[in-house]
Unconditional design. Structure first.
Length: 88
């Protein structure tokens, strides 16, 4: 009879922590970059007339998209990464 090679509980917890940290970092970075981009576009370039709350809403939508993408990456890619790229 073949033996199952399952990871121990500590490995599973570390994997989940690594994934959560990776996804949180990507989400925060997306929010900050999007907010900055909208603020720059709305301010000095005067391309848009976005209020503070519109800027935050745009950044929030982008961050929510990052969370969804990260969850899909975990389901279809490497379990301890929020990236769809193989080996990340």
């Amino acid at each position: 009879m073949s033996e199952l090679n399952l990871p121990n509980a500590e490995t599973v917890v570390k994997t989940a922590k690594t994934y959560a940290r990776d996804l949180a970092e990507r989400t925060m970075a997306t929010f900050v970059v999007t907010a900055g981009g909208v603020a720059v576009a709305a301010g000095p370039a005067d391309m848009f007339r976005a209020s503070f709350w519109e800027t935050m809403a745009a950044a929030g939508v982008a961050a929510a998209g990052t969370v969804l993408k990260g969850m899909l990456a975990r389901a279809f890619g490497t379990k301890n990464s929020a990236s769809l790229a193989r080996g990340v």
